[in-house]
Design a protein around this ligand. Structure first.
Ligand code: ACO
Length: 332
């Protein structure tokens, strides 16, 4: 339950690298086809960040835009939370790189790892610091350079992912009906081996052998992930409405994680909402993991799809397994 204040999103931003990797490009790299990728996933192209730049580069670009949009200086930021599965390095945290990159001299920060649910979890954690009155300006970023952990000879994974980042600013509002209203999160660690990167951590530190065995790439059992994700994201999206005595009619916009168009469609159907209320950009960006939801939210704002007082539902499901949803009332 919210404390003295509610936490509301007061600015949004996104960063997508320029370079496009189209389905036609992938046809030349692996045994796949534009038709297969489009019909199975909904993806047409994705963005790829250039070599020599890490996730922090995209996070910093998004963070700078937030400061610009809100008209505030970097020293007004209290806390920076970066959700990512592709930090620039094991440590320091990407949040520290962002803090330095934008010159947020008063801020502290940390990274949060929850794969595709990273941004949602970070949003709620950030909101709690605002609700308690501990902080007034919290920057929550989702950034992933998925191309850095993808094997571009593996057709089962390389068609799915892209690079990108999105960010939001959270600030306190007095209206208890505005901002983050509710959330519903779950994990099931038994699903861990269905989608993971085995190498590079303390269990399998980097060696010639781990590189030869391609342990530093995403490994997934696509069917198992799909079988988990369809009901999980649909259930958690419908359940947050039910527990708030709402129906799909009440929702202005649904912003789901963009992993597969069929997963998105199933969740929207379960909530009883039409396509016009669903944010879809998987066709242009693929799955940017922690980036998908803040990028979708930013595009919705840019396209004028949200107005003050609108209810929106965010939802995600992914590696872990992790899944969750959040209910917000738009306040700007
Ligand atoms: N091009 C052509 N054929 C392919 C490709 C490809 N890129 N990839 C797999 N295939 C083949 C498979 O080898 C299989 O061949 P087989 O029947 O001879 O064994 C065939 O296509 C069909 O495979 P299915 O698994 O039945 O295809 P499905 O309809 O399930 O779609 C997909 C596969 C797209 C991977 C789907 O299972 C999916 O989206 N799963 C979720 C994966 C995902 O989104 N992961 C990330 C989400 S979590 C997160 O965001 C971190």
């Amino acid at each position: 339950m919210p404390g003295r204040w509610n936490a509301a999103v007061t600015a949004v931003a996104k960063y997508l690298p320029e370079r496009r990797l189209t389905n036609a490009d992938l046809e030349k790299m692996v045994d796949t086809s534009d038709e297969w990728i489009r019909t199975r996933t909904g993806i047409r192209e994705r963005r790829i960040l250039e070599k020599g730049l890490g996730s922090s580069h995209m996070a910093i670009q998004a963070a700078r835009q937030i400061l610009d949009h809100r008209g505030i200086g970097p020293d007004e930021i209290d806390l920076i939370i970066v959700s990512t599965v592709t930090p620039d390095m094991m440590f320091p945290a990407t949040a520290c790189l962002v803090q330095d990159g934008i010159g947020a001299k008063r801020a502290w920060g940390f990274d949060l790892s929850a794969a595709c649910c990273g941004f949602l979890y970070a949003l709620v954690v950030g909101a709690k610091f605002v609700e308690t009155g501990a902080h007034r300006k919290v920057l929550v970023i989702g950034a992933d350079k998925m191309s850095s952990i993808i094997d571009y000879t593996d057709r089962e994974t390389c068609v799915l992912f892209g690079d990108g980042a999105g960010a939001v600013l959270l600030e306190p509002v007095e209206d208890p009906e505005t901002g983050l209203l509710d959330f519903l999160f779950q994990v099931d660690g038994a699903g861990g081996k269905s989608l993971y990167m085995p190498g590079g951590g303390s269990l399998n530190p980097s060696t010639h052998e781990t590189v030869d065995q391609k342990m530093h790439f995403v490994h997934q059992d696509g069917r198992a992930v799909f079988k988990f994700a369809v009901p999980s994201m649909a259930d958690v999206s419908a359940e947050i409405l039910r527990q708030n005595n709402l129906t799909g009619e009440d929702v202005a916009l649904f912003i789901p994680h963009q992993a597969n168009l069929r997963i998105i469609d199933a969740a929207a159907r379960r909530m009883g909402i039409g396509d016009d209320k669903v944010v879809v950009n998987i066709d242009r960006y693929g799955n940017t993991t922690c980036g998908t939801i803040p990028i979708g939210l930013t595009e919705a704002v840019e396209e004028g799809r949200l107005k003050k007082g609108d209810l929106l539902v965010l939802a995600s499901a992914g590696a872990g397994f992790t899944w969750g949803s959040a209910l917000l009332r738009w306040g700007i």
